[in-house]
Design a protein around this ligand. Structure first.
Ligand code: G16
Length: 543
């Protein structure tokens, strides 16, 4: 076995986005594309000689091939050991846990998360550091810089490692330990929650469906919900992971998990419904006849977390991404906790979690988690919900109605315009940015702009600053509009419009969010002119 040094040239477009590098799989499969980026990762983290790494992915098309390339390049780099999930599969939170529990140097996660898979779909790669969390911007900037100057990469010429065989293998000098992807993660979950109480609830007739969307959580969900907690066989739907996710879009929201949504709104709905995404870090929560928005779910989990053993001693603090609704802020206020507002991207929670300032955090994009890992964790959110329901013994709809009565309801919706021409989206943001100072006091549709700014985050732990993290508008009547461009799409630009308003009148807590937010939706259109700019009649996706 020998190390080959391959000459290469920088490839455009290797800038990591909100969560690592995501591209069409056809792009990732172009000559040198993956190899250049992996070599840049080694350089960006200051070299990986002697490192112990974790490697796994969501099982999408090209996951298996890419894993072998990463292994050969790790061996050539002088990495001492790689811990790999069987068949190169690990959910993102399970990878985060393995990095932490094995005290690894870091890990490589092969995933494009909720983006579609298969030969026509997307692929992605991200590096997580020794805390188990996504590399901070200081590191991703170094990786990006390395992609721009690369002239060669090193790779071992070696046969594939049999990643289906659990146990210890070798590739050149490097040890490759293949582990069961579920065992350690399932044990971690059992250490956090009252599994006996949840099992008793199932034994008493409680019913649930969990849609694994043919993505990575199927085996985890079967092992935990059906085998360990006693949910009826068949409670986990679409449980077999497929390289193309069965042709679906593994994004757990009312649009892409429509079958589950219909079932939960139907006459024979089970007590509880949930779904997770491609790599298992997102979640969707439903009760009979009710969809709980991610922002509301975060607030309800925070308000009731002390019912679960892991959190019974109380919470240190809470955090949400800026576009996430203020529902959790109201919980923090009542509980006397600090509540931090961070830019979109899980990496921004890392310092707060490491410094012990927060216990639970979440995002409007269906991510919630706690300090047990450094990623969002779909099954964790489902289990915390189940633990809370087992203690409170009330339906989800009733729990949410009580929550809104105590805290008010932050009506919330997100309107996405997808595959917008990048130049049009950039021009819109630039143009609005230029008007920000003049907007306060001016009309926006039926409302008046009270304040307008662009969000910048000053990390209270390491002092780093992240600028241009979204345009914010505070409107008369208490409404808020946020505009930002997605950092996870792979074609053109996705413009996200986040709309929110707090309602505290007990008689008005049951409205349809689109109706409750109608004036704010109108104001957003007046502020952005999105329909005219894009030539569309409305958003492509409403969640
Ligand atoms: C990633 C990030 C999240 C972010 C989401 C949406 O999630 O980890 O923090 O909220 O993307 O980002 P954007 O609005 O830029 O598309 P995932 O599940 O895709 O890894």
């Amino acid at each position: 076995m020998q190390i080959e040094t391959i000459a290469t040239r920088p490839i455009d477009g290797q800038k990591p986005g909100t969560s690592g590098l995501r591209k069409r799989v056809s792009v990732f499969m172009e000559p040198h594309f993956l190899e250049n980026y992996v070599q840049a990762v080694w350089q960006g983290i200051g070299g990986a000689k002697g490192a112990t790494l974790v490697l796994g992915g969501d099982g999408r098309y090209f996951n298996d091939r890419a894993a072998q390339v990463v292994l050969r390049m790790a061996a050539a780099e002088g990495v001492t050991k790689v811990i790999v999930g069987q068949n190169a599969i690990l959910s993102t939170p399970a990878a985060s846990h393995l990095i932490r529990s094995r005290k690894a140097t870091g890990g490589i996660i092969l995933s494009a998360s909720h983006n579609p898979g298969g030969p026509e779909g997307d692929f992605g790669l991200k590096y997580n550091g020794s805390n188990g969390g996504p590399a901070p911007e200081s590191v991703t900037e170094k990786i990006f810089a390395a992609t721009k100057t690369i002239s060669e990469y090193r790779i071992l010429s070696a046969h594939d490692v049999d990643l289906s065989a659990i146990g210890t293998h070798r590739m050149g000098e490097m040890e490759v330990e293949v582990v069961d992807p579920v065992t350690d993660y399932a044990m971690l979950m059992e250490s956090l929650f009252d599994f006996d109480a949840i099992a008793k609830m199932f034994a008493g007739g409680f019913t649930m469906v969990f849609d694994a969307m043919h993505a990575v959580t199927g085996p985890y969900a079967k092992a935990i919900f059906e085998d360990r907690l006693g949910a009826a066989p068949g409670s986990v739907l679409n449980a077999v992971p497929l390289p193309d996710f069965g042709g679906g879009h593994p994004d757990p929201n009312p649009i892409w998990a429509k079958d589950l949504m219909d079932r939960m709104m139907g006459p024979h709905a089970p007590d509880f419904g949930a779904a997770s995404d491609g790599d298992g870090d997102r979640n969707m929560i439903l009760g009979r006849g009710i969809y709980v928005t991610p922002s509301d779910s975060l607030a309800a989990l925070a308000a009731n977390a002390t019912l679960a053993p892991a959190y019974k001693g109380g919470l240190k603090g809470l955090a949400r991404s800026m576009p996430t609704s203020g529902a959790v802020d109201r919980v923090a206020e009542k509980l006397g906790l600090d509540c931090y507002e961070t830019p979109t991207g899980w990496k921004f929670f890392g310092n707060l979690l490491d410094a012990g300032r927060i216990t639970i955090c979440g995002e409007e994009s269906a991510g919630t988690s706690s300090d047990h890992v450094r990623e969002k964790d779909g099954l964790w959110a489902v289990l915390l919900w189940l633990n809370i329901l087992a203690e409170k013994k009330q339906p989800v709809a009733e729990l949410m109605a009580d929550h809104w009565k105590s805290y008010g309801r932050n009506y919330y919706t997100r309107h996405d315009y997808e595959e917008v021409e990048t130049a049009i989206a950039d021009a819109m943001v630039d143009e609005i940015r230029g008007r920000l100072d003049d907007l306060p006091g001016s009309a926006a549709g039926p409302l008046t702009v009270e304040a307008a700014d662009e969000f910048a985050y000053h990390d209270p732990v390491d002092g780093s600053v992240a600028e241009q993290q979204g345009l914010r508008f505070q409107l008369s009547g208490g409404g808020r509009v946020v505009i930002r461009l997605s950092g996870t799409g792979t074609v053109g630009a996705t413009v996200r419009v986040y709309l929110e308003r707090l309602e505290t009148d007990p008689a008005k807590l049951d409205a349809d969010p689109q109706e409750a937010l109608a004036p704010i939706i109108e104001a957003a259109e007046a502020l952005t002119g999105l329909k005219a700019r894009t030539g569309r009649t409305g958003p492509d996706v409403i969640t």
